[in-house]
Design a protein around this ligand. Structure first.
Ligand SMILES: C[S@@+](CC[C@H](N)C(=O)[O-])C[C@H]1O[C@@H](n2cnc3c(N)ncnc32)[C@H](O)[C@@H]1O
Length: 228
């Protein structure tokens, strides 16, 4: 039973709904205490089986990694691998991404990875896209100034939508490629492949990648919704 097992893994935290809803989660602001060091905290949102969380943790023992997803059975896979490999710099949090501001304190996060998020293409679902202004405003509350957001996606609409958000808000972009594996940018980090990514690659789909920053003080605006 994966659900029961996930509760027993010491590297999985399942915050109480009321605690995140009312912003009273006791771990907020205490991640350095939790990991027992002052190393940077990198998070993967919608981590699924946590390939980035675990892959990066193996490469960077000097950083801490937190994978966030609502599905316990998926988290279980990554948490079990990390546990068996003795990776002390990995934790998974089972909660909704909408609550990240209740999980992490201001400036507690150094980098955010968005790996193959559901594209939420229907017009009425725009606010659910993980790169909508709605979510970026939430990330702004937890990300260090000059911290990077990484988006890896197979979805061309989500990629172009994100570029619109970036352009409208004049966000700094360090890397923008619509075909990562044909580009000069691919390295051992970008070569980590998630469960979904492998599926899309097998179907011959190009992978899009954006690495960008958020403004520290200004408002983040949403582009007009002109899709139908
Ligand atoms: C398409 S899957 C990608 C999983 C993984 N990153 C990968 O590339 O294999 C999207 C993941 O986001 C999670 N997810 C979607 N919306 C979420 C939300 N609002 N809060 C938490 N997790 C969410 C889903 O449970 C799912 O595991």
């Amino acid at each position: 039973m994966r659900f029961a097992e996930v509760e027993e893994l010491p590297n999985v935290i399942q915050p109480n709904f009321n605690h995140v809803f009312y912003d009273s989660f006791e771990g907020k602001g205490k991640w350095h205490q939790h990991f027992g060091n002052d190393n940077p905290v990198v998070i993967e949102l919608g981590c699924g089986k946590g390939e980035y969380t675990v892959g990066l943790a193996r490469m960077y023992p000097g950083k801490n990694f937190v994978g966030v997803d609502i599905k316990g059975a998926r988290i279980w896979r990554g948490a079990k691998t990390a546990f068996h490999e003795g990776l002390k710099n990995v934790v998974f949090v089972r909660t909704r991404i909408e609550f990240v501001h209740a999980i992490f304190n201001s400036h507690e996060v150094s980098e955010i990875w968005l790996t193959f998020p559901d594209p939420q293409l229907k017009k009425r679902r725009t606010k659910k896209r993980l790169t909508s202004s709605n979510f970026l405003i939430n990330y702004q509350k937890i990300l260090k100034p000059s911290g990077f957001i990484h988006l890896k996606t197979d979805n061309t609409e989500l990629y172009h939508y994100t570029k619109k958000v970036i352009e409208l808000n004049k966000l700094y972009v360090e890397i923008d490629t619509d075909h990562l594996y044909n580009s000069e940018y691919v390295d051992e980090i970008l070569n980590i492949q998630t469960f979904y990514e492998k599926r899309f690659l097998a179907e011959g789909m190009p992978i899009h990648y954006l690495k960008f920053q958020l403004p520290t003080n200004s408002n983040i605006l949403e582009p007009p919704n002109d899709e139908e």
